[in-house]
Ligand binder design. Structure first.
Ligand code: IPE
Ligand code: IPE
Ligand code: MG
Length: 225
């Protein structure tokens, strides 16, 4: 049976969830934040799961209306401040990926504060992908290596990425079957699960069902079984 050490999730469908109930899209983001907490707590209590990487804001999400972007920034700031206690209680290390230099100074400060205060925690690493795009991540990594005298190896590039860990299981909620610029390098051999459930309706129960299916998949990594 496969070990599930690193789960990555494209948390999609917040806006549609809200629109279906005649609510504003931002209500969907609020409801989505609650599921982040539930899923993170569950993963922190599961000894096999070491990393949970969640797509929270992409390098392309800046194209959204200004008010939605501003709401998401505020929600993130509040979420991190409120959750700090919960991270510590559950022994969860918070490790952002993405280029947060585009965020306001105060939001950058919150992100760094939670990262520092949870640095000693070791039950789970929860990575939020913030202003994250895999292409941007790879380009920043390549640029950081461009003065290297030796030819760049797979290991060198891997180590220069924000997320240095291969993904075992990649889930996308919301019904679309695409990666939307998420972990393109790290998902090279990930098992992909696309579910119709909109993110605010996702649950630990559904995650458990997916993990059960994942465990039975024959992962060959190009070899033979
Ligand atoms: C995902 O939900 C959350 C973010 C991208 C921040 P969406 O906001 O993309 O929801 P839909 O896909 O429009 O329903
Ligand atoms: C991907 O969802 C980004 C996040 C979940 C943060 P999007 O809703 O932005 O992706 P597209 O536009 O449908 O590809
Ligand atoms: Mg979407």
């Amino acid at each position: 049976m496969n070990l599930v050490k690193h789960i990555a999730i494209i948390m999609d469908g917040n806006g549609r969830w809200a629109e279906l109930q005649d609510k504003k899209r931002v209500k969907g983001h609020e409801a989505g934040a609650k599921i982040v907490k539930e899923v993170t707590t569950y993963c922190s209590h599961n000894k096999e799961i070491e990393r949970l990487t969640l797509y929270a804001f992409s390098t392309e999400n800046w194209k959204r209306p200004r008010l939605e972007v501003e709401f998401l920034m505020k929600l993130l700031d509040n979420y991190l401040k409120n959750e700090l206690e919960v991270y510590l209680q559950n022994n969860v290390r918070f490790e952002p990926i993405g280029d947060i230099r585009a965020f306001s100074k105060s939001l950058q400060k919150t992100v760094k504060m939670v990262e520092q205060k949870t640095a000693h925690c070791d039950a789970l690493v929860q990575s939020l992908a913030l202003n994250y795009g895999a292409q941007d991540e790879i380009i920043r990594a390549v640029n950081s290596l461009k003065n290297s005298k030796a030819d760049i190896t797979v290991q060198m590039l891997s180590n220069a990425l924000d997320c240095k860990h291969n993904v075992d299981l990649l889930i996308r909620t919301g019904g679309d079957k695409r990666l939307s610029n998420f972990l393109l390098w790290q998902a090279a051999y990930a098992e992909l699960f696309f579910v119709d459930t909109l993110w605010p309706d996702f649950s630990v129960k559904e995650l458990e069902k997916i993990v059960k299916k994942f465990k039975k998949v024959e992962r060959r990594f190009g070899g033979l079984k």
